[in-house]
Design a protein around this ligand. Sequence first.
Ligand code: IPO
Ligand code: ZN
Ligand code: ZN
Length: 291
Amino acid sequence: SYVIDQQSVVTPMLSQMQASNIGQTIVDLSANVNRYYQTAAGVTASDWLKQRWTTLAAGRSDITVEQFTHASWKQKSVIATIKGTDNASQVVVLGGHLDSINQAGTSETTRAPGADDDASGIASLTEVFRTLVANGYKPRRTLKFMAYAAEEVGLRGSQEIATSFANAGTNVVGVMQLDMTNYKGSANDIYIYTDYTDSAQNTFVTNLIKTYLPTLKVGTDKCGYACSDHASWTAKGYYATMPFEAAMGEDDPYIHTANDTYANTGSQADHALKFARMALAYMVELGSDGS
Ligand SMILES: N[C@H](Cc1ccc(I)cc1)C(=O)NO
Ligand SMILES: [Zn+2]
Ligand SMILES: [Zn+2]
């Protein structure tokens, strides 16, 4: 059962989280001509993120940053792990996808900045990672931050990772997916998607928002298909939640084009900051539980 009891840890951290940090990561990631799973730029973006997370890890001995090599394409997923203290066998995952795509076809030189889809999600979870490390936070459970390759071509990177975890019998107690966090297209702030996700964990996340971000308005909606990497984890029997930027059909109209830019989300990351704060609360509340 889900208990919310880490206010003394979470609340001080929330005020340290900054939209400007999220915006900078979006700018950095979308500076690659593209982040397509098959291009040199897509490989470069993966290597850049590994280095960025390694720098943020600040030499902590309980943190590792690695790349997950996939079977049949070049772009690697990136995984940062904060090893738990006394309940390390139980794992919490916060993910987004690293790759981008242009719906007109993505060659080595095709522009696909993917600022909202999904640099915004990667930037949101990177700000969670930065804040936890800056505060010297040591979780009881193991926390994993994941940047999946090849989401746009069939959730392929997360499918390989989730399958690998299931085959290893890894006890992932919960997964949150952040795919598109920075385009405020709807009346509510955060939309919890109810298909291909777990309803009990969705309720927990809704309660986290009520507790820690009480001014935010929460909506729900359905994709109607496996619309992001949360579906890969659900397919393997894990509990997943996907908080999303808008209601169906009101999301960022520029995605999968050369116009999915930071400028086209107003050159600010205020919407993404809401998701980062929610995600930090998720990682600390679940990460602080014993077995
Ligand atoms: N299709 C998804 C984005 C997406 C997800 C949900 C909704 I509603 C609309 C759009 C995608 O491109 N993920 O990378
Ligand atoms: Zn997409
Ligand atoms: Zn996406």
